[in-house]
Design a protein around this ligand. Sequence first.
Ligand SMILES: CCC[C@H](NC(C)=O)C(=O)O
Ligand SMILES: NC(=O)OP(=O)(O)O
Length: 317
Amino acid sequence: MRNFTSVQDIGDLSLALEKAMFVKEHPYADQEMGKNKTLLMIFFNSSLRTRLSTQKAALNLGMNVIVLDINQGAWKLETEKGVIMDGDKPEHILEAIPVMGSYCDIIGVRSFAQFENKEYDYNEVILNQFIHYSRRPVFSMEAATRHPLQSFADLITIEEFKKKERPKVVLTWAPHPKPLPQAVSNSFAEWMNATDYEFVITHPEGYELDEKFVGNATVEYDREKAYKGADFIYAKNWAAYKDPNYGKILSTDRSWTVDSAKMALTDNAYFMHCLPVRRNMIVSDEVIDGSQSIVIPEAANRVVSAQVVLKEILKDL
Ligand SMILES: CCC[C@H](NC(C)=O)C(=O)O
Ligand SMILES: NC(=O)OP(=O)(O)O
């Protein structure tokens, strides 16, 4: 595998899940694969899980790891082409990227949507600059429109916990005080649509995601109908996608907070969230602390998804 930016890059999902189960059972079986290979992880935004789990996965494979927080210590980067650089940015990304590429063998990039320009975000300008100019394999650690390492871990988790062959999986919007990216929701939808699960998306009017990601999912505005009989409830906030409200908060209606009353509508569903989560905005303390909450095993599977992806990239170096 060269780059990993979406579900298409992992290939056959059944095979990817078999590889994940092998990694899970034998995390140190491939310690020679990454010997004398360097992973450079570049963060334009904050991270806990991605930062730690991806490092752990690389170390399990014997890799060297460098982590760079672009906005803490590196030069402020100009990303626009053709500008006269007389402002506050001393370095252009067009030099910085190939220089970073010269210090490593594989690059991971986190660069969230900036919500200033939908086309800029949805064309994945920053991620694609790393792909085109670094001359290295690049994987997404959450970019503007997707979070494939998270979604792969989510799929692994559902496969581990499901009680029926075709579970009903519900992606529900929930309120948040900040306008959060659509990336996690887009990506979750993309991966769920690649399975034969029953997949439902529920959210207030105005929060419709890009059709490209909604695909064949059922969009159910009747929240109670969406929850009915669900086996997995995946909660996430996202800012509006549709114009003219791109990047905006349209609702902070806490009737959308995932609570015990809603979970009672389900078929004893598991609760999932990518984390970090705002308690009592996204989900009640009772639900996230309850026996059906699997957010910790879900986060633990981030090492597995990252290790499978790094192995597939190392194979083709
Ligand atoms: C993994 C989630 C990262 C990010 N969350 C926040 C709080 O910015 C998001 O919602 O995309
Ligand atoms: N779920 C996830 O990617 O968490 P971080 O933003 O903490 O990396």
